[in-house]
Write a new protein. Sequence first.
Length: 197
Amino acid sequence: MTRLVLASQSPARLTTLRAAGLDPEVLVSGVDESDVTGAAAYVALELATRKARAVAGRVAGDAFVVGCDSVLELDAEAHGKPVDAEQARERWRRMRGRTGTLHTGHCVIDTSTGREVARGAATLVRFADISDAEIDAYVATGEPLAVAGAFTVDGLGGAFVEGLDGDPHNVVGISLPLLRRMLGELGVAWPSLWAGR
């Protein structure tokens, strides 16, 4: 079976891969994300690449290392994880009733050859016009503080997202169709990654 290593501590990414029949190893990159700035698509791809490279340098043996990072674009600004509850509340006041773009950068490295493929995916997210009380209650759960853009579609925040235009997996943090194409460029057939096959 092809060995896959996920360079991310995101439980949502791991759950998404497992639901798709994959069983990756997890090795957290420890990359400092604070010094990357710029457009959301650039930030997401740059951080994904840095994470994949950091982990690829620590993996023993042959593997395909997958790094990802997600950033929300709203009003041409890049938004990662909120730094505190007040920033999460402020962000939701700006997002409610509007549409943002969730960018996820993906980087796959074949440690046996050093080949690297990096691509980005974008999904439009339509946010519900929620009340201040709903925002306060959601922020109080702590969930928005742990995720890019201060929202989830696969958790408590799902009720506050009216719709998506694009790959829903991308919003969770990893685009399965894009990952399949990227691995294909590196000579990996997607079914070969299914656990127990």
